[in-house]
Design a protein around this ligand. Structure first.
Ligand code: HT7
Ligand code: ZN
Length: 873
């Protein structure tokens, strides 16, 4: 398979100026007639062939300026169309293809989801609709006419503004949509179906009245109001924070049931996976509400960061994704709790991105080669991309960052551009050089930051020895030093911030050390006592930090740090140290556990900390986190056992306090999605989880009782999850009940599938097999497949990595089967194997042999073959 390299980028010899698309949608097929207004660039040599992309297309007619082409003038293949000698002037190329949306199970291009015709074009789906230069640096205006049976598709939508509609005879009707903004083909969208809707309006700061609508399956309208509320708040926030207004008179969102991703930012017509639209307290959890708010905001924010300014090529994907994730994180932080949001994001970053960066699929946030671009919608591009933008904001300060953003829009609006252009505007607006900073985009791997402190009482100096190191990753044997912003504070013995009179050894400003060399020694003078350092506050850089701080130091930070992130981190670090040493064979001391237990009790009892923060603090690092820190020869069963024992050792002695606190948090309030009510439920459910996990007397019954009496899905699912994970006596009955109560609602069924798939118990594979073998299980729906098999491969480490290889074989068989239906889903599930090199030898061999067998079976999609090749390299 051929590899695409960033260094080979070249502009196309022809431009597409405008596009006229005519869709004739029928129940049995869809005919697409396309008129492309094309012109050669100034330097295009006569006789340069015009090459258009296709994917499984078959051409039924072709003409230039109205004259059909003779056979020898062109070559039409399923994946390309070449016109050998196009005119060396502006011309119109007309083509016609016939599509079968019904059979489009990969869900790229034009497909049908529960009867609705819809499209997904990013990154390379437009070439499955018509022959085109399907690359993001071709910006054209689109004019779309669609004709469809009125009964099957009373609603006809596309990008931009509706300019005409009417009857087309024979039970058909038509609509014409025009998008005035030139756009790349990946932002094209069309929807035709029998849909309900809710509507609203938003008036922008400059007075433009925008009609808003969310379209959905009939009967689900009442579940769309939270999404609408989130949209309006997003629109207002982008005006206030970045001065960015919406630019069309219409903004439509459509919820569909079959979708490969979360959502898509098509210009003026966002298409969403319905799980990121529908919300009702009885069926959606707090996590779902927050996810909807976040993704609605994310797609809306793309209108400027992605659509108005887009990517020159797909290597620049994190130009729009990293920046837009940063923007949605800031939105959530402003709308909810900044500290809680940051902790949640860092947990996610470590779980997904650090794991990716430390394994065979590691790649830079801006990769320089790919075989299948769909495999690069990764945690590295999205989440590390957002961390890089966050570091930029940290280094430049809020005002400096805003200056850079303003210049970015001023200079690049309407362009398809690059990471270099993005960094240049920040450098220029702030009079600074970001050449070294750029390495963050180019270099894969999570840097290790080591800090050792030393206090010299005689001289009243305090020294921090800092070192950074990034281990080799695939294709990058050596690494350069990065610019690492380390926010910090020094805390005195009485718990308040400590001053110093001078500092040397590195750039230190705004309570931040800027480390830009492999090593540095930062010395503070005039330090009266040995401080405890609070380092990497707010997690100011995406690194793995180790320090020489003692458990006492950490517990001191947990009580006194005024950076809430580091207060949380300190408790987690203590838990991690105990878990790691026990996994490696050194049992924890009773005193050490008792001290952590006491700190947890104090956290719970605090009058100043809020509930959501307490909920996040009252735990120890997850199994995947412990495994990641071990790094090699991991036995997931051992990790699971150690973690369970440690949880019991810390929390069983607190059973009475936990139960009292649980009882003290009322559960009879009507559901409200705000952050405070959410925190209240999070803490109560955390306490229940801890009681169950630490085997407290009566805890299993308490969980069953909460399950039965719950007044919302958040509380019910928490009780079910805790019971199932601990596989209490009641778990099978509760699971069966949940299926009966909610199995008819596909999105709630997903929760049941996910809980079932995550149970760390030997019967799980058999139970999943039975579910998959049910002929009514929809193997074409990504949400169902991911809830079941994605969760098994990613979130059930003990069963997926069973020493007998049964878990590996099970996932590989699934991947081989689903690859024929939907390669993107298959490739994603397969990435669960990325942990294989760090397993202990027996499991490592078992995984490798399963992967090798899958590879030698051949006939895999490019998506799946690419992941396999990289994983086995
Ligand atoms: N920009 C969107 C990416 C996307 C996507 C990618 C591959 C296959 C299907 C897809 N659907 C949406 C999502 C986003 O980041 O906003
Ligand atoms: Zn995005």
């Amino acid at each position: 398979e051929h590899t695409i390299y960033l260094k080979d980028y070249a502009p196309s010899p022809y431009r597409i100026v405008s596009v006229d698309l005519d869709f004739r949608i029928l129940a049995e097929n869809t005919t697409v007639t396309t008129q492309l207004t094309i012109e050669p660039r100034d330097d295009t040599a006569p006789g340069t062939p015009l090459v258009l992309d296709g994917d499984e297309l078959s051409l039924t007619s072709i003409a230039i300026d109205g004259a059909p082409l003779v056979l020898s003038a062109y070559l039409a293949e399923p994946n390309s169309l070449t016109v050998f000698e196009p005119p060396l002037r502006r011309f119109v190329l007309e083509t016609e293809v016939v599509l079968q949306p019904e059979n489009n199970t990969p869900l790229m291009g034009l497909y049908r989801s529960s009867g609705t015709w819809c499209t997904q074009c990013e990154p390379e789906g437009f070439r499955r609709i018509t022959y085109y230069m399907d690359r993001p640096d071709i910006l054209a205006t689109f004019n779309v006419r669609m004709t469809a049976p009125r009964d099957l598709a009373p609603v006809l939508l596309a990008n931009g503004n509706l300019v005409d509609r009417g009857d087309a005879g024979d039970g058909m009707h038509f609509a014409v949509w025009q998008d005035p903004f030139p756009k790349p083909s990946y932002l094209f969208a069309l929807v035709a179906g029998d849909l309900g809707a809710i509507t609203d309006t938003f008036t922008t700061a400059s007075g433009r009245k925008v009609d808003l609508a969310i379209y959905c399956t009939h009967g689900k309208e009442d579940q769309c109001y939270w999404a609408m509320d989130s949209l309006k708040r997003s629109m207002a926030w982008d005006e206030k924070r970045f001065g960015l207004e919406y630019d069309l008179d219409i903004f439509n969102i459509v919820a569909v049931s079959d979708f490969n991703f979360g959502a898509m930012e098509n210009k003026g017509l966002n298409i969403f996976n319905d799980k990121l639209v529908f919300a009702h307290p009885d069926t959606a959890t707090d996590g779902d509400y927050e996810g909807i708010e976040r993704v609605i905001a994310h797609e809306y924010f793309h209108n400027w960061t992605g659509n108005r300014i887009t990517c020159r090529d797909w290597f620049q994907l994190c130009l729009k994704e990293g920046l837009t994730v940063y923007r949605d994180q800031e939105f959530t932080s402003d709308e909810r709790s900044r500290a809680v949001k940051r902790i949640g994001d860092v947990v996610g970053l470590r779980g997904a991105q650090f794991a990716e960066d430390g394994g065979p699929l590691a790649h830079p946030a801006r990769p320089d080669e790919y075989r299948e671009i769909n495999n690069f919608y990764t945690a590295t591009v999205y989440e590390k991309g957002a961390e890089i933008v966050r570091m930029l904001a940290t280094l430049l300060g809020e005002a400096g960052f805003r200056k850079g953003m303003d210049l970015y829009f001023e200079r690049h609006d309407g362009e398809a551009t690059t990471i270099e252009a993005f960094l240049n505007v920040f450098g220029e607006a702030n009079g600074t050089n970001l050449d070294q900073f750029k390495t963050w985009y180019l270099q894969a791997g999570t840097p290790r930051l080591t800090v050792e402190d030393n206090y010299d009482a005689a001289n009243q100096t305090y020294t921090l020895k800092l070192k950074q190191e990034t281990l080799p990753t695939p294709g990058q044997p050596t690494k350069a030093a990065l610019v690492v912003p380390i926010k910090f504070g020094l805390i005195g013995p009485n718990g308040s911030p400590m001053e110093w009179s001078g500092v040397s050894g590195a750039e230190v400003r705004d309570e931040m050390i800027v480390l830009n060399t492999d090593a540095a020694e930062v010395t503070f003078t005039g330090v009266a006592n040995r401080p405890v350092p609070s380092l990497l506050r707010e997690f100011s850089a995406p690194v793995n930090m180790t320090t020489n701080l003692t458990q006492d130091d950490q517990l001191f930070l947990a009580r006194h740090d005024n950076d809430p992130f580091n207060r949380w981190q300190a408790l987690q670090d203590v838990g991690m140290a105990l878990a790691l040493s026990a996994t490696k064979g050194t049992p924890w001391s009773d005193n050490a556990v008792a001290a952590l237990s006491e700190a947890m009790a104090d956290t719970l009892a605090s009058d100043t900390l809020d509930d959501a923060f307490k909920a996040l603090s009252l735990t120890i690092p997850a199994e995947y986190q412990i495994a990641q820190n071990l790094g090699s020869d991991v036995d997931p069963v051992r990790v699971h056992e150690v973690r369970s024992e440690l949880l019991k050792a810390i929390f069983a002695p607190l059973a009475i306090q936990l139960l009292q606190a649980y009882r003290g948090l009322a559960s009879d309030q009507p559901y409200a999605p705000d952050a405070k009510s959410n925190g209240h439920r999070a803490l109560r459910n955390r306490l229940l989880g801890l009681l169950v996990a630490s085997d407290a007397p009566g805890a299993a019954n308490l969980a069953a009782e909460q399950y039965e009496t719950a007044r919302n899905m958040t509380d019910r699912l928490a009780a079910l999850g805790a019971s199932a994970y601990a596989w209490t006596e009641k778990a099978p009955v509760l699971l069966a009940d949940f299926k009966i109560r909610f199995g008819g609602d596909p999105l709630v069924l997903d929760k049941w599938l996910a809980v079932t798939a995550a149970v760390p118990e030997d019967g799980v594979i058999e139970r999943i097999r039975t579910i998959l073998a049910d002929p009514t299980f929809p193997k074409t729906n990504p949400n169902r497949l991911r809830s079941l098999m994605g969760v098994f491969a990613m979130s059930n480490p003990t069963q997926f990595t069973r020493a007998d290889g049964a878990g590996f074989r099970f996932v590989a068989e699934f991947v081989a089967e689903i690859d024929k239906i939907n390669p993107q889903v298959a490739a994603r599930v397969l990435t669960g194997f990325r942990i294989w090199p760090m397993l202990e030898p027996k499991r490592r061999e078992a995984a490798k042999s399963v992967l090798t067998t899958l590879q030698s079976g051949g006939s895999l999609s490019r998506n799946t073959a690419d992941i396999l090749t990289r994983m086995l390299a």
